[in-house]
Design a protein. Structure first.
Length: 197
């Protein structure tokens, strides 16, 4: 049995993220990945069983890093305003520091593999988010709405700002856009108001 080389594994992972983000899942083949990573196709199978296993393990890796980053300094028992602010800052930092991983996770969300991928998310993250929301509702800081409505109001504005930032352009009338702390905090303030009872 051939030994695993952490450097080769990282190279494969980095090249796979880049390839999927640029060309989509249809653009990913083990042959193309091997060539991009400068390894033989047989080397890939030391690390991954097949193409689906590669994608799912990439998702598990990125999801773990996103979870760790999002939960830094986050207390599920904190006030809704404070807890949401920590999450916004952490989520924004993760997306800005790891744009390929963030984009890749969004691609998986809308792919046939998502139902399998979501099972790889760490239960601690979901439990922390659930405890945070339940606590905020119990304290009267947050209205009770379906989870999709909550997410759309609480986080979609942040991710839209990050998309504007990534492309360097906002709405058609704006020449350029760069996300800064002032803009992010203004948006967060409006989001917090929208979710108050």
């Amino acid at each position: 049995m051939r030994t695993r080389d952490p450097k080769k594994e990282k190279t494969l992972r980095d090249k796979a993220f880049a390839m999927i983000v640029k060309e989509g899942f249809d653009g990913l083949s083990m042959q193309k990945l091997a060539k991009a990573a400068g390894v033989s196709p047989a080397t890939i199978y030391i690390y991954y069983k097949d193409r689906d296993d590669l994608i799912l393990r990439l998702y598990a890796y990125a999801s773990h890093r996103m979870t760790e980053h999002t939960l830094q300094g986050f207390d599920p028992a904190s006030s809704f305003k404070d807890g949401l602010r920590v999450q916004w800052i952490n989520r924004a930092e993760y997306c800005l520091q790891h744009p390929l991983e963030a984009h890749f996770m969004e691609q998986v969300r809308f792919s046939p593999l998502y139902d399998r991928a979501v099972k790889l998310m760490e239960p601690g993250f979901i439990e922390a988010m659930r405890a945070f929301v339940k606590g905020a509702i119990k304290r009267g800081e947050l209205i009770r709405v379906p989870v999709e409505v909550y997410w759309s109001i609480a986080f979609a504005p942040l991710y839209q700002l990050l998309k504007f930032h990534k492309h360097g352009k906002g709405m058609p009338a704006t020449e350029s856009f760069a996300l800064d702390e002032k803009t992010m905090m203004l948006t967060l303030e409006l989001v917090t108001k929208a979710l108050k009872p």
